[in-house]
Design a protein around this ligand. Structure first.
Ligand code: NAI
Ligand code: A1CAB
Length: 328
C-alpha cells in the first residue's frame, strides 16, 4: 500500500538519521549533571503498556495516544514515539479541521478524524498541539468528553497550568510540556510540569513515553517558558546561525549545498562533543583556539558582532513572549 510504503520509508530515513546520531553521555560526566542521561536512542526501552496500577487502563488494553492538532509539533512527537517502536501507529489518533495536516499521520498508519471529541472518546492520553490562541476554543469543545481517566497534555507555548485547569472540568489531570522540533529525529529537548490533579505516575509515564524523543525532564512550571525561549525557539536560532556560517563560506566561493551541509555538521559535532564530554563550552572552545591561529580571529569577529549579547537577548525575548501569550 503506498501509504504504508511511505511510512516505512519515513521510518527508515528517521531511524537511519537517529542511529547515526545516537549518543550516550559517559557516566563520569563532570559538567552536565542532569539526573537523566542525554541518550537518544541507543537503547530503546520496551514498548510501554503500563507503568503503574494507578494509571487508568489495563495491561491488555494498550495506551491510546491522541493528538488534537496535527501540525509540525504533533507530527514530530508522533514520529518519535512511533518510529522508536514505543507505541504502535494504530494506537495513535489525530484530529485537525482539514486533511491538510492529517496526511502525515495517515502515512504513519495512525487513525485520523476531523472530530476533536472523537480523540477524547478513543484515547487515554491526549496531547493538545494547536496554536495557543486556538487552545481555549478546543478545550471548551472537548470538555464534555473529558473524564478522570484522561491524562491531558498541553504542548502550547505560554499557556499556563492555571489557565488550562480553568478551561477544563474540575480535577482534570493536566500536564504541560514544552518540546522542540528535533523530537522528530529523536534528538529533542522536552520539559514538563504537572497540574494540581496529575500524579507522579503520570509524569513518570509521560517521561518514559517521551524519552525516545530525546532529553525529557520534569521541571518547576516556572522553567517551562524559559525552556521555550532557550530550546523550543532555540532550534530556529541555531538554524539561523548555521545559515549565516554557511553564507560566510559561500561568500568565499564554496558551493551552497556543501557549505550548508558542513555548517550543520559542525553544529552537530560541537553539540555531541559538549554532551558526551560534559565540558563547559568555554573549555571546549579553548581546545579549538590555537594561539595566533585562525579561530581566535573568528571569535574576535563574533565578539565585535555582539553574538553573545544577541543570543542572550533572543532567549529573553522569546521567554517574555511566552509569558505574554498566557495573557491573551
Ligand atoms: N513548532 C515548534 O517548533 C513548536 C511548537 N510548539 C507548540 O505546539 C503548538 C503547535 O505548533 P505547530 O505544530 O508549530 O503549529 P501548526 O500550525 O503546525 O499545527 C497546528 C495544528 O492545529 C490544527 N488546528 C487548528 N485549529 C484547530 C482546531 N480547532 N481543532 C483541532 N486542530 C486545529 C491545525 O490544523 C494544525 O494541524 C503551538 O501551541 C506551539 O506553541 C511547542 C514547541 C515547539
Ligand atoms: O514559535 C513558537 O511560538 C513555537 C513555540 C516554541 C517554538 N515554536
Amino acid at each position: 500500500m503506498a501509504g504504508a510504503a511511505t511510512a516505512a520509508a519515513a521510518a527508515a530515513a528517521v531511524a537511519t538519521a537517529t542511529a547515526a546520531s545516537s549518543t550516550k553521555l559517559s557516566s563520569s560526566t563532570p559538567y552536565l549533571t542532569s539526573s537523566s542521561t542525554f541518550s537518544s536512542s541507543t537503547t530503546i526501552p520496551p514498548p510501554v503498556t503500563m507503568l503503574s496500577s494507578q494509571l487508568p487502563w489495563t495491561p491488555d488494553s494498550p495506551m491510546q495516544i491522541g493528538f488534537v492538532g496535527a501540525g509540525r509539533m504533533a507530527e514530530a512527537i508522533a514520529m518519535g514515539i512511533i518510529v522508536s517502536g514505543k507505541v504502535e501507529a494504530n494506537n495513535v489518533m489525530a484530529s485537525a479541521p482539514s486533511d491538510k495536516n492529517l496526511w502525515h499521520f495517515q502515512n504513519l498508519g495512525c487513525r485520523t478524524t476531523h472530530s476533536n471529541t472523537e480523540v477524547l472518546q478513543n484515547c487515554n492520553i491526549v496531547f493538545f498541539a494547536t496554536k495557543p490562541h486556538i487552545l481555549p476554543i478546543v478545550l471548551a469543545e472537548v470538555s464534555p468528553a473529558v473524564t478522570r481517566k484522561h491524562v491531558l497534555v498541553s504542548v502550547a507555548a505560554g499557556v499556563s497550568l492555571h489557565t488550562l485547569e480553568k478551561l477544563l472540568p474540575p480535577k482534570s489531570r493536566v500536564l504541560r510540556i514544552m518540546p522542540n522540533l528535533p523530537c522528530r529525529v529523536q534528538e529533542g529537548a522536552v520539559v514538563m510540569a504537572r497540574g494540581r490533579h496529575a500524579e507522579k505516575c503520570e509524569t513518570e509515564y509521560l517521561q518514559n513515553l517521551l524519552s525516545v524523543c530525546g532529553l525529557c525532564e520534569e521541571v518547576p512550571e516556572a522553567y517551562i517558558n524559559i525552556h521555550t525561549g532557550l530550546s523550543g525557539s532555540g532550534v530556529a536560532y541555531v538554524c539561523m546561525f548555521s545559515e549565516a556560517l554557511a553564507e560566510g563560506a559561500i561568500k568565499l566561493g564554496m558551493p551552497s549545498g556543501l557549505a550548508h551541509q558542513i555548517a550543520a555538521q559542525t553544529l552537530l559535532g560541537a553539540a555531541k562533543l559538549l554532551l558526551q564530554s560534559g565540558q563547559h563550552p568555554a573549555q571546549l572552545r579553548s581546545e579549538v583556539c590555537t594561539p595566533g591561529g585562525t579561530t581566535i580571529y573568528g571569535l574576535h569577529a563574533l565578539e565585535q558582532g555582539g553574538l553573545r549579547a544577541a543570543a542572550m537577548n533572543a532567549v529573553e525575548a522569546a521567554t517574555r513572549r511566552a509569558q505574554e501569550l498566557n495573557k491573551q
